[in-house]
Write a protein that binds this ligand. Structure first.
Ligand code: NAI
Ligand code: MG
Length: 352
């Protein structure tokens, strides 16, 4: 019977409300399923920890996390106590870099009971696979000269290895979805890196004869996510393109409170990290009204990552039943509390 060892970092603000909610749901899944279980180990690493210890996590923190199957994180940030760049770099980015989590995965779909800003969302259901370690976000470059002669050079870095990994991951993902991969490109405008990306995409697609593909320029693709989001299944994109597309994906769903994300270590050498898109929401912390769905859907992504896709799908269906029946927190137009939404999800899981 599989037992998953999970490191839990609730973090700051509403992380401390939505993480316990998602753990309740995972416990319930373990109970109902009977043939799998979770062992959660909680770590108190957050801005309060920083105030006491002068660091976001202990010196052996990264070493400690190595032993887990996954890291389940709420949100980090309490700008009243600690400047954001210290808390984010000190914990989140440290984990992402140390554990070579070079893919960022963000699904977006039309959600029952939510109002998408699109007049015709057409039941869209897509996922963006974003290369998350290089590309346009590189530190290579510099500035020279002063005043009107000043020049800035910013280099994008595309390695065959990281591009191949991202693209291959997208194809593998498409096998269990609707069998279509779109490559976000811009080879008509970006002279070196995008033709390189295209050629790698074309090589890899030869190995997946059953997967349909398209290559679409990023500007047109961004527009398509608004005008016909239902045409996309899996989209693979470089760091910058993926960043932009995932924000559009979140926006067309209708609330940041439901959007999940995963940072994937592709080699399996280190744990992957699962965290919702939203932050610690200090403006609503303590009121018991935080939407737990972003965190719970993130738990679904962790189940998928462990190969428990059927359970993951079941969970997502139950979440949508609940929002569809109008049991929702106020950010998405309802009156329910964090606890009420969570216990309704658990109740329906038990009734399956
Ligand atoms: P935020 O995502 O925390 O909040 C933005 C707005 O969305 C707020 O009005 C908030 O109330 C609402 N919101 C967010 N999640 C919600 C939920 N689950 N239910 C209901 N409403 C929700 O972003 P903000 O305010 O810019 O940042 C607050 C803190 O969080 C900062 O310290 C920031 O650095 C940090 N942050 C951390 C992230 C992470 O840990 N990955 C990501 C984004 C921000
Ligand atoms: Mg962004």
């Amino acid at each position: 019977m599989p037992k998953y060892k999970i490191a839990v970092i609730p973090g700051d603000g509403i992380g401390k409300e939505v993480v316990p909610a998602a753990l309740d749901v995972l416990h319930t899944i373990g109970e109902v399923h009977g043939n799998l279980s979770f062992e959660f180990t909680e770590f108190p690493w957050n801005c309060d920890y920083y105030i006491t210890h002068g660091k976001m996590l202990p010196d052996d923190g990264i070493e400690t996390l190595k032993g887990f199957d996954g890291i389940f994180l709420g949100a980090i940030g309490n700008p009243k106590l600690v400047p954001d760049h210290i808390s984010l770099w000190g914990l989140l980015l440290k984990i992402r870099r140390s554990f070579e989590q070079s893919i960022n995965l963000r699904p977006a779909k039309y959600f029952k009971g939510l109002r998408s800003p699109l007049s015709n969302p057409n039941d869209f259901n897509l996922v963006v696979v974003r290369e998350n370690s290089e590309g346009e976000y590189s530190e290579i470059g510099g500035r020279i000269h002063k005043n009107e002669d000043e020049i800035a050079v910013q280099n994008a870095v595309f390695t065959r290895k990281k591009s191949e990994q991202a693209i291959r991951y997208a194809f593998e993902l498409a096998k269990n979805r609707h069998g279509h991969v779109t490559s976000a490109t811009k080879s008509n405008g970006i002279f070196h890196s995008m033709p390189f990306w295209d050629s790698i995409f074309n090589d890899i697609k030869e190995n997946y004869p059953d997967i349909k593909t398209s290559s679409t320029h990023i500007d047109a693709l961004s527009a398509f996510l608004v005008t016909q989001p239902e045409k996309s299944d899996v989209i693979v994109a470089s760091n910058l393109f993926g960043d932009i597309l995932t924000d559009i994906g979140g926006a067309i769903m209708g609330s940041i409170g439901i959007a999940p994300a995963a940072n994937i270590n592709l080699t399996g050498e280190y744990p992957s990290m699962f965290e919702p898109v939203h932050g610690s929401a200090p403006d609503i912390y303590g009121k018991g009204i935080a939407n737990p769905i972003g965190q719970i859907w993130t738990a679904k992504m962790m189940l998928d990552h462990f190969g428990q896709r059927e359970l993951g799908q079941q969970l997502l269906d139950v979440i949508e039943d609940v929002t569809g029946d109008n049991i929702k927190t106020s950010d998405i137009g309802g009156k329910a509390t964090t606890k009420e939404v969570t216990s309704e999800i658990c109740k329906r899981l038990k009734a399956l």
